[in-house]
Design a protein around this ligand. Sequence first.
Ligand SMILES: [Ca+2]
Length: 361
Amino acid sequence: MSNIVQVQGRRSRRGGIDPTITVCRPTEQAVVYLMVRVPLKQDETDTEIEQKGKFFNGLKRRAIATMIPDRKSQTQSVILCLCMLILVWMIPFQEAVSGEKSNIYYGSLQHRLIKDGFDAHTITELYNHPKVYFEEKGITLFLFHREAKLNYDRFISSRMIKKARQYMKTHEPVLLKAEKDYGVDKEVITAIILVETQFGAILGGPFILNTLSTMAALADPVVRERFWEELSNSNQVTRKKYETWVKRKSKWAYNELKAFLKYTARENVDPVDIKGSYAGAMGIAQFMPSRIYTLAKDGNDDGRIDLFNHSDAIASVANYLRHYGWYPGIGRKEAYKVVLHYNYSSPYAKTVLRVSSLLKG
Ligand SMILES: [Ca+2]
């Protein structure tokens, strides 16, 4: 009885190739089932797709030639397949999984946005933009993100505190104005801006439009199922946890997406060009789009709210903290609760207050 290696591929212009490598014995159930997914670029030509197909056909031939004559054991078969999978990943296909083109995922989301009052032409054009794709990789990171595991200690190093003092010196007039206008200590504003983006040095990776659209699109059962198929290969999350997370986050992301689209339209900035955190927070102070409308402020009085501008970011943080209860002379216990509103993480709030206290000392 020989082992059989099958390489099957499902091709589509937008969804990519999903070759499945299966190792099994004919009279038994599949012993090993491995799958690797190779996405295609939106503009990939038929010839390029054909070349990828040929590669997998070659893989299949080599695998069968190796395994059938020698009747290799299951273990050897698995090792061979794993080696081949590694080879597959090493092929310099230009498009990462996260870069997969989107319309197959974003169809129902577009309908929903249009139904909720967004201009049909603008939405269709936006989701056909080459930079818009399903942000699979980023959303996976978000799902597995563990706030408590982040290394907050680095923010209280002498190097960081020195940088914070320099920042306070550079932006002293704006910080003093914010302190006067909002009654919020300049040290705590500085501490938040340090921890959020290291004073604007780290402004995020993925494009916010893709991050929020991807999470919002998971409200569609078809998209949700497809993404689950990707995730379930990692064995890091149960179906139950996934469903709970999706239910909560897709609703939240949809509201954030609407706020983001309104904000970018109001400020006349291109929504496809703004990068943010894995959760969709933007700018020097990492505001979520919904908060921009209610709590962001124009710190430099130019009539615009630009969260990539330090004066606007400083005033916005001050207003945010005041809104959640900060007042001059606030005690540590109360201050801790207010900072938690910025990011609901105990290590985060403790670090912000520690930095603030070091800056005062
Ligand atoms: Ca401004």
